[in-house]
Design a protein around this ligand. Structure first.
Ligand code: NAP
Length: 283
């Protein structure tokens, strides 16, 4: 496995396993199979409702805790943010059966972002989260958070795939020492990604699938990827990307697929803000 070093020295695998939309009753099996396939980075969230199952799989894996990198996420909190953020992480840790997470992400750029962030800084200093970061922050919000707080986010997890490549966002993050992590690396299969002709053609040259080309392209760009699958054979396929390298010409060809727009939702759209910011979960 290859690793990236975050701005506080913590090492994070370049490829992990995401569990969004895996029903809780399937999650323990899926995560156990992912760990057996070699994944060491696991990405869950309080909002996914499957932290307990992730925790059971971790506990039963037989893999030493220090070899695993567990991420979970803070949902938007009611005031007071300081108190509620601490309680939310403690609740997540109880569900996971862990005494710390490797990465704690603010899931959405909404609510009392500054109060939540300062609470996360404290939790980081106390060792309950070895690294802290954000998700779904566009460059303006990310920069504002970064310049007005003590700890620069270690990670920003954002929608990143061949149809929404985020290269300018990545440049800004690189400049400020924030590691980019892709969610929806396959765009959840939208736009017929898995049969996209250019990607399929490149894959044929290496005996690789479109999924493998996409993950190779992401990691070769320095983007950490966390593909989700409930199928063991796909988990293995998605992990098998370290024995080939895309050429500069192939990277440039893939760059032409960028539409510069989200395939899901825009976190700057007022309707989306109203919908996400008001949603509450149990934590
Ligand atoms: P994704 O990884 O882009 O796509 C998952 C889809 O691709 C599933 O339908 C899966 O089906 C299919 N798939 C996986 N491997 C495949 C392969 N080799 N060939 C063909 N199909 C394949 O979507 P995602 O789950 O939305 O994103 C990945 C992770 O990012 C999530 O699990 C979550 O951890 C994180 N995430 C974070 C946020 C955020 O706001 N921070 C938002 C969304 C996601 P099967 O399961 O049937 O194989």
């Amino acid at each position: 496995m290859q690793y990236v070093t975050l701005n506080n020295g913590v090492e994070m695998p370049v490829l992990g396993f995401g569990v969004y939309q895996i029903p809780p009753e399937q999650t323990e099996r899926a995560v156990s199979e992912a760990i057996a396939a070699g994944y060491r980075l696991l990405d869950t969230a309080a909002a996914y409702g499957n932290e307990e199952a992730v925790g059971r799989a971790v506990k039963n894996s037989g893999v030493p805790r220090e070899d695993l990198f567990v991420t979970t996420k803070l949902w938007v909190q009611d005031a007071p943010a300081q108190e509620n953020t601490r309680r939310a992480l403690e609740t997540s840790l109880t569900r996971l059966g862990l005494d710390h997470v490797d990465l704690y992400l603010m899931h959405q750029p909404f609510g009392d972002v500054y109060g939540q962030w300062r609470a996360m800084e404290d939790l980081n200093r106390e060792g309950l989260a070895k690294a802290i970061g954000v998700a779904n922050f566009y460059p303006d919000r990310l920069l504002d958070l970064t310049v007005n707080n003590e700890i620069t986010p270690q990670v920003n997890q954002i929608e990143t795939h061949p149809f929404f490549q985020r290269t300018a966002d990545q440049d800004l993050m690189r400049e400020h020492g924030v590691q980019i992590q892709s969610w929806g690396g396959f765009a959840e299969g939208r736009n017929e990604l898995f049969t996209q002709p250019l990607l399929a053609g490149i894959g044929e040259q290496y005996g690789k699938s479109v999924a493998q080309v996409v993950l190779r392209w992401l990691t070769q760009r320095g983007v950490v990827a966390i593909p989700k699958s409930v199928r063991a054979e796909r988990m293995a396929e998605n992990f098998d990307i370290f024995d080939f390298e895309l050429t500069d010409d192939q990277m440039a060809a893939i760059a032409t697929l960028d539409t510069g727009a989200s395939l899901f939702f825009d976190h700057r759209d007022p309707e989306i803000v109203a919908w996400l910011a008001k949603r509450r979960i149990d934590a």
